[in-house]
Design a protein around this ligand. Structure first.
Ligand code: FAD
Length: 378
């Protein structure tokens, strides 16, 4: 076996969704024909999960979802309403499926070397960046894209702690054409905020997501998620008996400060603060980030990550504060957003793809004054 070369053009530290997506898009850049790319991922740290996303026909990946929906049941000020999507599809897939799709391209690319290893230290110095592994090996590169962890282990202000439970019922219990999105239920306003999503894959099988939003330093994994899911299924679907096929648990950091994109050690994915504060979702945004970074690196030699408009920072900041300090207002705000009855516009808004004019239309139907209270900003 020939020894690995110690020097690369690009090192990808972390090979979850962000690291693998970047490897995939780098591999598709004609301007990087001679690039030597190292992807280092500690596979023992990754727990596979189901991934929900929406797109409007431009997902830059040939991914076939496990289920997709064009009808959403959403929690509004007027109760649970069913809305049709015209331009989007809400889709359900799994990290296994996404990895399979990305790996087909990555593994066929002779420019990419993969290592199953753990990075211990990443340091930028001069025009190189060095990456040291826990097994003592070290590598250098012109750029390192890091999705292993946020800079110096920054604590996020909030965590979305949740459980995704795949359940099977004896009776026909679900409508597989309708997904329920962020149902706050009768406990709305309780501290901490809690909501459910229901994604049926057949009349007898569904994914039930139970999510709680807690302080960033207080993960709540010991909470009785199973009992909450059972209560939700009984209340909304009349299901009193179900078996659990799989359970995934995890915590998503919300409101992480976005580190500077300058220098040779750059953050991508969750570590770059890309997860949306209002939804906890990041998959499609990670794909666009990876696509943009790869194409700008190929075109200019310098990676440029898409930056969030300050407008969205303005919308997200008070919502984050409300999640934490004033759950009742946060839930009223989200319900009012969905009451506007244009679900496509809301999904665009949640993904930062609306124009100022569209935001005016949307915000016109929402209690915007709630966002302007000084205590949400200080
Ligand atoms: C339970 C759960 C459910 C989620 N559901 C959704 C969803 O439905 N939709 C959505 O859009 N988003 C969802 N998210 C958010 C989701 O995590 C992101 O969209 C996406 O996985 C983030 O990609 P990433 O590459 O930044 O992080 P990850 O995919 O977590 O990848 C990080 C990688 O770094 C590796 N690693 C860590 N430390 C080291 C180290 N020192 N050395 C080497 N490798 C290392 C890990 O093994 C992992 O492979 C969910 C998150 C969780 C936890």
């Amino acid at each position: 076996m020939s020894p690995e070369p110690a020097d690369f053009d690009i090192i990808l530290a972390g090979g979850g969704l962000a690291g693998r997506s970047l490897a995939y898009f780098l591999g598709k850049q004609p301007g990087l024909d001679d690039a030597r790319i190292l992807l280092v991922d500690d596979s023992r740290r990754y727990h596979h999960r189901s991934i929900v996303y929406w797109y409007d026909g431009v997902l830059p990946l040939p991914l076939t979802p496990a289920a997709s929906y064009t009808t959403l049941a959403v929690d509004t000020t007027a109760g649970l309403r069913t809305l049709s999507l015209d331009r989007h599809t809400l889709s359900l897939t799994s990290s296994q499926r996404i990895f399979h799709c990305l790996d087909q391209v990555i593994d066929a690319d002779p420019r990419i070397t993969r290592l199953d290893a753990h990075t211990a230290r990443i340091r930028a110095h001069g025009d190189r960046v060095s990456v040291v592994l826990t097994d003592g090996r070290s590598f250098t590169a012109a750029h390192c894209f890091d999705s292993t962890a946020p800079p110096s282990g920054a604590t996020p202000p909030l965590l979305m702690t949740g459980e995704i439970r795949r359940v099977r019922t004896a009776q026909e219990s679900f409508d597989p054409s309708v997904a329920t999105f962020m149902d706050f239920g009768p406990g709305a306003g309780e501290h901490p905020v809690r909501f459910h999503c229901l994604l049926p894959v057949s009349t007898r099988e569904a994914f039930v997501e139970t999510t709680r939003i807690t302080r960033g330093d207080a993960p709540a994994m010991g909470w009785p998620f199973e009992a909450a899911a059972a209560d939700y299924l009984r209340r909304t679907c009349g299901v009193s008996d179900f078996s659990t096929i799989t359970v995934q648990r995890g915590a998503i950091p919300l409101g992480l400060h976005r580190p500077s994109s300058r220098g040779r050690h750059l953050y991508v994915g969750t570590a770059s603060g890309i997860i949306k504060a209002t939804t906890g979702y990041g998959f499609t945004r990670i794909l666009h980030q990876a696509e943009r970074v790869a194409s700008s690196l190929a075109a200019t030699g310098s990676p440029r990550s898409p930056r969030s408009s300050r407008r969205f920072h303005f919308y997200d900041k008070p919502v984050l504060r409300m999640w934490l300090h004033d759950p009742d207002s946060a839930v009223r705000f989200m319900r009012a957003a969905f009451a506007s009855l244009d679900a496509d516009l809301i999904l665009d808004f949640l993904d930062e793809r609306t124009t100022p004019l569209q935001e005016r239309e949307l915000l016109g139907s929402m209690p915007v004054r709630m966002l302007l209270r000084p205590r949400l900003w200080l």
